[in-house]
Design a protein. Sequence first.
Length: 221
Amino acid sequence: MSGLDVNDPDFQFLVVDRKKLMKEQTQTFDGKKACWIPDSKEGFLAAEIQSSKGDEITVKTTEKNETRTVKKDDVQQMNPPKYEKIEDMANMTYLNEASVLYNLKSRYGAGLIYTYSGLFCVAVNPYRRLPIYTQKIINAYRGKRKAEMPPHLFSISDNAYQNMLQDRENQSMLITGESGAGKTENTKDVIIYFARTAADINIAVSLASAPLYQYRILTPR
Ligand SMILES: Nc1ncnc2c1ncn2[C@@H]1O[C@H](COP(=O)(O)OP(=O)(O)OP(=O)(O)O)[C@@H](O)[C@H]1O
């Protein structure tokens, strides 16, 4: 936990109100019944298992209380509420598509665009400039370990920089996603981070093939 103050407007797009989050994380939950079912409109819907017969399961959807019958194989397990808005999805009990999508959506709804998945940092396009690339935020991430701060590409950048200084090895960062996902915007912010914190490094940008960019942080000569 970072200890960043959610009431500070500079951090409101990086952390959520702890009390509100605690309330969400302690909701009642029946792990044997709670599940995700596919839905043509929403992707997945939260549901509760009512009964099963052969390879089919009958559920009630949580939001609209509709009864649906789905194939057992299409049902995905739901994580307990304690994983609500989890910062690193690699720590979820069930790392399935529905849970990943739900977590990203839930965080995005709270204004959080960055989420880790192990070594990866997933960025969801906010389609507006958020105040999370300022000098104050850069200073907050500088020299901090990944687990100490909320997910941000500044953390990935800073860790690469620290690794370079420590190991005297060139570092690579892979930024990938579909067209319009935000590769160029995030790359610009990575470069801004290095420009403001490490003036003495060379950054080689190679455009391998769209939609994939590769950036190498080269050790100072
Ligand atoms: N982090 C962000 N903050 C603000 N706006 C963003 C961010 N990421 C993406 N956008 C918005 O989305 C648009 C598309 O993003 P961007 O150009 O970075 O996509 P891309 O992945 O590089 O696309 P392409 O592969 O087609 O070049 C940007 O012009 C910007 O308006």
